[in-house]
Ligand binder design. Structure first.
Ligand SMILES: *[C@@H]1O[C@H](CO)[C@@H](O)[C@H](O)[C@H]1NC(C)=O
Ligand SMILES: *[C@@H]1O[C@H](CO)[C@@H](O)[C@H](O)[C@H]1NC(C)=O
Ligand SMILES: *[C@@H]1O[C@H](CO)[C@@H](O)[C@H](O)[C@H]1NC(C)=O
Ligand SMILES: *[C@@H]1O[C@H](CO)[C@@H](O)[C@H](O)[C@H]1NC(C)=O
Ligand SMILES: *[C@@H]1O[C@H](CO)[C@@H](O)[C@H](O)[C@H]1NC(C)=O
Ligand SMILES: *[C@@H]1O[C@H](CO)[C@@H](O)[C@H](O)[C@H]1NC(C)=O
Length: 508
């Protein structure tokens, strides 16, 4: 009854607000009839966004494309993936640890964010925590004075070979060592205390990684995620929180590094759960009707395991490129795990593979064959010379805020199209890149690509970046057209590229 009253009074306020807005609007329009600006002097405003939108931190995150995970801890020394929690700190002794080498490897791979396992399921802490002695402080490494988190943060800030990298933290909720685990209040206090140490001692932290991983025989307890997330935002407002339910970045639903061919950055957070696990297909593809912007991150290890094992070796370049096309090329971020060894260094074989990987990406994408071509489109918001929404915008260096926008009226052909033409010579390529202006929302639902009238590729979502590596191999043609058949509101294309991937060619 009480609730009913509250609702109806809210309704009344809304109604009266609406009426006063309407009144004000009609007064304004009545008093300023001739103020319509002269069309060639004043720019056309951008189209309205389609909600939900990314936050500023999510937009920065998306542009990183490739980030790195470092799984390191007692498991490195015991040749295991999941520690038992009964490891003696005396096993941890990475005598040659050099976080500068990790950062150099990351920078050489074009990585701008490195996430460290500050604590894995075994509960061993890579920093000095006031709340436990199960940490580097009890290890022989540097006589118990070493701090891996501190060393990484220091090296990252020093910006080995320019620029530096940002740091992220993984603090495992499941803790097989600590006696408080299983006692809901005590453990949540312990966890939150450690989170505060990590978020206040080490400067800026750009991503916090949470997961619900837990053995089937682990004690039953619930995590106060709401408190944890609130504390993260309070102490590090620009950090993105990752988990299989967001809130800022979601898990892609597998550990192969593959996103769905349909991949929306939008999803309903209310349909996701960290503890109970979320529907993997839903995580993989997202939701075109989703009310929240929670883009997906693809985590995969350069080796078979997450921790270093003497018996394993890094994936080859062909495999890494396949992962790249299926993650970055499907509107996601690639979180590539590169584990340091017992010496405390990333093995030279993996460093070398990372270098090859970056060289390959740069080789493929540094040349855009569409550059210098002429561009036409089905229509153009504000006309060709008014407002800066011309189709040529898809060929500039800005992949977010300059874009082609159609005029929004019904298209004559029943679909939107944009076409690039070389004029004379035939363009030869095997990779097509399309990017949407996601700052105004993710829109495109279905499209087809034609080369000289022949359909060579099609797809559903585009998002920040969609890459098509052509099954046919290299194709040639003087003009390439994208037809956009379905879209939430008008499609906005920020970039378009035709590229040649020599690695694909040779590996076929
Ligand atoms: C775990 O505890 C919750 C209450 O905290 C209870 O609802 C649930 O049934 C328990 N699960 C198991 C597997 O014991
Ligand atoms: C998990 O599922 C159980 C049983 O279906 C439910 O009672 C509980 O509220 C769920 N927890 C979360 C966090 O969704
Ligand atoms: C997500 O939420 C929207 C808005 O409430 C709804 O239309 C849509 O059906 C939801 N998606 C799913 C998969 O339930
Ligand atoms: C890369 O590794 C995959 C999987 O082991 C293998 O099938 C493929 O032949 C390898 N490619 C090259 C070029 O070594
Ligand atoms: C770890 O990697 C470094 C760099 O390649 C190498 O010098 C060292 O021998 C490796 N340690 C082990 C135990 O393999
Ligand atoms: C792409 O084209 C194939 C073959 O014409 C068709 O089966 C598929 O449904 C199309 N996919 C989309 C998303 O349009």
């Amino acid at each position: 009854m009480h609730r009913h009253n509250k609702q109806s009074s809210r309704l009344l306020i809304l109604l009266s607000l609406t009426t006063s807005h309407l009144l004000r609007f009609s007064t304004l329009t009545a008093s300023a009839p001739a103020a319509s600006p002269s069309r060639d002097k004043v720019a056309m405003p951008p189209p309205l966004p389609v909600l939900p939108l990314p936050s500023s931190s999510q937009l920065k995150w998306q542009q990183r494309e490739l980030i790195m995970f470092l799984h390191f801890g007692v498991n490195t020394f015991t040749d295991s993936e999941w520690g038992t929690g009964r490891e003696s700190p005396s096993v941890f002794n990475p005598v040659g640890l050099d976080a500068g080498q990790w950062v150099s490897a990351a920078v050489a791979a074009g990585v701008s964010l490195v996430i460290l396992t500050a604590k894995h399921h075994d509960g061993f802490c890579l920093w000095h925590s006031k709340y436990t002695d199960h940490s580097v402080a009890s290890s022989p490494w540097k006589g118990g004075r070493g701090d891996v988190v501190g060393e990484l943060v220091g090296a990252a800030a020093e910006g080995q070979s320019g620029g530096g990298v940002d740091v992220g933290i993984y603090l495992s909720p499941w803790d097989r060592h600590d006696r408080r685990y299983g006692k809901t209040l005590e453990y949540n206090e312990y966890y939150l205390a450690q989170l505060q140490e990590l978020l206040t001692r080490y400067g800026s932290v750009k991503e916090i990684w949470f997961d619900g991983a837990k053995g089937s025989n682990a004690p039953n307890m619930s995590y106060d995620f709401t408190d944890w997330f609130a504390m993260v935002k309070e102490l590090q407002s620009s950090a993105n929180i990752f988990s299989n339910a967001g809130p800022d970045v979601r898990w892609v639903g597998n550990e192969n590094g593959f996103a769905g061919t349909t991949c929306w950055s939008t999803i309903n957070r209310t349909a996701l759960s960290i503890e109970n696990g979320s529907n993997l297909d839903y995580l993989n593809t997202g939701d075109p009707a989703g009310t929240d912007w929670v883009p997906a991150e693809c985590d995969v290890s350069i080796r078979t395991g997450w921790f270093w094992h003497k018996s394993q070796s890094p994936k080859n370049l062909t495999q890494l490129l396949e992962i790249y096309y299926n993650s970055v090329g499907r509107n996601c971020l690639l979180l590539l795990n590169v584990p340091p060894n017992t010496t405390g260094l990333i093995p030279e074989s993996d460093v070398e593979r990372l270098r090859e990987f970056r060289t390959a990406i740069d080789t493929i994408f540094s040349t855009n064959l569409a550059e210098g071509c002429s561009v036409r489109a089905s229509s153009n918001r504000g006309g060709r010379n008014n407002g800066g929404f011309a189709p040529e915008n898809v060929l500039d260096e800005d992949h977010l805020w300059t874009y082609w926008a159609p005029d929004g009226r019904e298209e004559r052909d029943g679909y939107y199209w944009i076409e690039i033409s070389s004029g004379g010579s035939s363009l030869k390529f095997n990779v097509i890149r399309i990017q949407e202006a996601i700052g105004l929302g993710q829109r495109i639902k279905r499209y087809e690509i034609y080369v000289e009238g022949e359909k060579i590729a099609n797809g559903t979502t585009i998002g920040y970046k969609r890459l098509h590596r052509l099954k046919k191999g290299v194709v040639g043609g003087r003009n390439v057209m994208i037809k956009i058949l379905e879209s939430r509101s008008v499609p906005l294309i920020s970039s378009f590229g035709l590229h040649c991937d020599p690695y694909y060619w040779h590996s076929k």
